[in-house]
Design a protein around this ligand. Structure first.
Ligand SMILES: [Zn+2]
Length: 305
């Protein structure tokens, strides 16, 4: 399978992030008002859509939206076209929708199957970056207001003695397909608290400070399912800016069949054979979210046996 087919939703976008332009405010200012540039309006983590999908604004409409926006950020270059995103979250929803010439707001995750992968990636990127600006209005060191700079890729504390630079934070999480010992062709899936009665998925958890990704895999599998794992191997990663995640996929092998769930985060965890998972899929029960690395880990594993 070639690389393009292996790209997971929300990543692998074709946008050139054009990092050097972020430190060239003169050029960025000129691009912002160029007739060919486009502006993606975002309202409180949601795309603004018309009958064709997320709106892409230019010229007068873009200028109007920018004048009302909280932050306008530079996302990159789509060929020769500069792409910006603007945050209309301060407006009531109806005002934001009307100003953008849209008809409604939608979560990009509800659109992902219908969007070109590159468009889903850029919408998710815009959403995540603007979310960070709304959450990082003040300096965490001295409490003074922080202002956006670098084309929207950093914020600077306005206190002259502090002047701390604040960068967007990514929160990595590991997601793991655990195989039973002895190449027995079974994998461990769990029912999470709050999930539907018959919804099973792979195990996952956030990486903590002072851990490698592999450390986090071993700790999470122990804590959540009482399973000791070895042979932790990287499978791929997925941008998950909802709001700031990076999902890092692994496989690991349990040293024993025994499973002990905490009963809080996980209600149940058990071993599934490939035949069982195929039966579930055939009867319409999805193997994880279709747009997620969870689904990819499972379908890859199924394809091997
Ligand atoms: Zn400060």
């Amino acid at each position: 399978m070639d690389t393009a087919e292996r790209v997971l939703a929300y990543g692998g976008g074709s946008l050139d992030r054009a990092g050097p332009l972020r430190t060239d405010p003169t050029r960025l200012g000129a691009l912002l008002t160029e007739a060919t540039s486009v502006l993606l309006p975002i309202w409180r983590d949601r795309c603004l859509v018309d009958g064709h999908g997320p709106v892409r604004l230019s010229a007068e409409r873009a200028a109007l939206v920018r004048s009302a926006a909280g932050e306008t950020v530079f996302l990159g270059l789509d060929g020769e076209t500069a792409v910006f995103a603007a945050d209309l979250s301060a407006l009531p929803e109806r005002s934001a929708v009307e100003m953008a010439g849209a008809v409604r707001s939608v979560d990009v995750r509800a659109l992902v199957g219908r969007l070109e992968p590159g468009d889903a990636a850029v919408q998710a990127y815009a959403r995540g970056l603007l979310h960070w600006h709304r959450q990082q209005r003040f300096c965490g060191t001295c409490g003074a207001p922080a202002v956006a700079g670098g084309g929207g890729h950093l914020r600077t504390c306005t206190d002259t003695e502090c002047g701390r630079l604040l960068f967007p934070r990514i929160e990595p999480a590991v997601i793991v397909l655990v195989e039973a010992p002895g190449r027995s062709g079974r994998c461990l899936l769990a029912r999470h608290a709050g999930a539907a009665e018959d919804a099973y998925s792979t195990l996952a958890g956030f990486v903590e400070i002072g851990e490698s990704l592999e450390d986090a895999v071993r700790r999470e599998m122990g804590e959540e399912a009482g399973v000791t794992v070895t042979d932790v191997s990287y499978q791929g990663s997925q941008a998950w800016p909802f709001p700031a995640g990076l999902m890092v996929g692994f496989r690991a092998t349990a040293t024993s069949d025994e499973v002990l769930v905490d009963g809080e985060e996980l209600l149940e965890a058990r071993w599934f054979t490939r035949a069982e998972l195929r039966d579930r899929a055939a009867s319409g029960r999805p193997l994880g979210r279709a747009d997620s690395i969870d689904h990819r880990l499972l379908t890859d594993w199924l394809a091997e046996g």
